[in-house]
Design a binder for this molecule. Sequence first.
Ligand SMILES: Cc1ncc(C[n+]2csc(CCOP(=O)(O)OP(=O)(O)O)c2C)c(N)n1
Ligand SMILES: [Mg+2]
Length: 640
Amino acid sequence: MNNASSVAGSAAGDVIRLTVAQAIVKFLGQQYSERDGVKRKFFAGCFGIFGHGNVAGLGQALLQSELLTPGELPYHQGRNEQAMVHLAVGYTRQLDRLQALAVTASVGPGASNMLTGAALATINRLPVLLLPSDIFATRVSSPVLQELEQPYGYDISVNDAFRPVSRFFDRVWRAEQLPAALLGAMRVLTDPAETGAATIALPEDVQAEAHDWPVELFRERVWRIARPVPEPEVLETVAAVIRSARSPIIISGGGVTYSGANDALRAFVEATGIPNSETQAGKGSLPFDHPLNLGAVGATGNPAANLFAREADVVIGIGTRYTDFTTASRTIFQNPDVRFVNINVAAIDAVKHAGLPVQADARRTLEALTPLLAGYGADAEYQQLATAKAKAWDDEVVASFNSGHGARTGVLAQAEVLGAVDEAMDARDVVVCAAGSLPGDLHGMWRTRDRKGYHVEYGYSCMGYEIPGGIGVALAAPDRDVFVTVGDGSYLMMPTELVTAVQEGIKIIVVLLQNHGYASIGSLAESLGVQRFGTKYRYRNTESGRLDGGLLPVDLAANAASLGVKVLRASTLVELKDALARAKASETAVLVHVDTDLEYQSPAGDGWWDVPVAEVSELDFTQRARTTYDGLKALQRPLL
Ligand SMILES: Cc1ncc(C[n+]2csc(CCOP(=O)(O)OP(=O)(O)O)c2C)c(N)n1
Ligand SMILES: [Mg+2]
């Protein structure tokens, strides 16, 4: 279909004259994705903060588009470039990578502010299109404001730092290079194995330059999101390996959900009796109360899943990257004969742990594998044990939700807050988190009921992701309530996008857990022989000269209120439940501020995480931690 007739600008023959920025906007508005017969507009919009690098380029183009062709690529304002990328990540993850957002930033600091977001998107394999502005291609007025100016290379700018954190990078020094850059970025964004941040750096003069573009560039393009099929020979080998298994386990990662393989996984589990376990990104692969769902595995895993992982002779990894949290730093698989079958679209993951690689789509593979295993079934006793252990863990979770810690001590335990949030949510609502002690608690304890109900960014575990990421989720799923759980440390890193939620009328419910410091790193530090050094928000003590004075007088509730959101404060469980009910009923963004106990530990499994301890020290508590560390280190299996 040729839509050239709708192209704004002066058409002449089969070319059309537009600036580079106008051409980008027009092109992006014509990109679609297609999977399973459903076609979707790929770019829902473009977030941006303008400066001299992009205001007259992409800024002008987005304005022209808004006025002349509304809906083509709607513009949204953000407060912080990193946060805009997080927002775009939250958006695309909620939509299984089938739709995405673009982000434009000005030259220099605006551009480099996006680097953390780019790394986060790339690590989590989530598509975002980044359009950082760049220094003049002509260099006629170099060095311009905010130009890096490296003495050893005049073509270098801060945008070169995007190369290692992007899955695609190009810089459009000349207008003629744009079509290839755009098509290359689209190829990567819509490829499930390749996807991540795609970055096109745009020199500020080039953005405003006019060029005669072939009309062909602006035709509607539909990018098929591939579902690579497994090779039949490989499947036969896989079926033989699984048939030989006595104690198999599945580890479901994010790839299960991105592929929409949840029903196929359930059918596979029910047909074979193989218990399922979940990584952070894979949580929700099955509902928490499915009899064969063991739940969280690994460093933050529960005792049930970790027990089965420890003894497994065949591990079927589906759509997982096998991070250190999943493998408990390679201590979780203790069966000397353990073998791996890895179903993954990405070759890098499929070959991990010297596994049998099935480089294919999760859903397609499971659908083809289930009939090949007809007649096979894990022992009934094995299955019953899985169900019983998972139930025992859930009983422990429910008990910690109702521990009465707050009533006894005057400060709520984090687990009590999670219990109240769990109770306040509908089955399809989404919990969002990224860093601190909450992701571990959520991974272990969250009772996920919906395949898109759990959203913890744990590839980069980036403090500050929570609020913008949650807004992205809410933008993608306006029919669900989004509960952002965030610690005081993460909140302080990036509360900025609350303003965006207010501006756009996007409802999120932020549950801010104020414990005056870093509970997570504090307890980690303690276990590593570093006490709770540098993890409490306290005054410098004039006597000791250390940061161990009284609590700082910060009031994050007042801070949030000043940004325009509705704020509710709670200190008891009754107040918290009431606040959450009011937040749930609200039409607009709400922040619930609740004090929690910095040192309370939620129940957890015994998964280890390898963080090296000082090998020599004059401090006896550090020496003791090193002895413990050496003992645990001995459990580590290279597993290639
Ligand atoms: C951007 C960033 N900086 C540093 C870290 C390391 N880190 C992980 S959790 C954490 C503290 C989080 O504090 P808070 O949000 O208050 O959560 P709590 O640990 O109290 O639950 C830090 C510093 C990180 N994950 N991300
Ligand atoms: Mg904290």
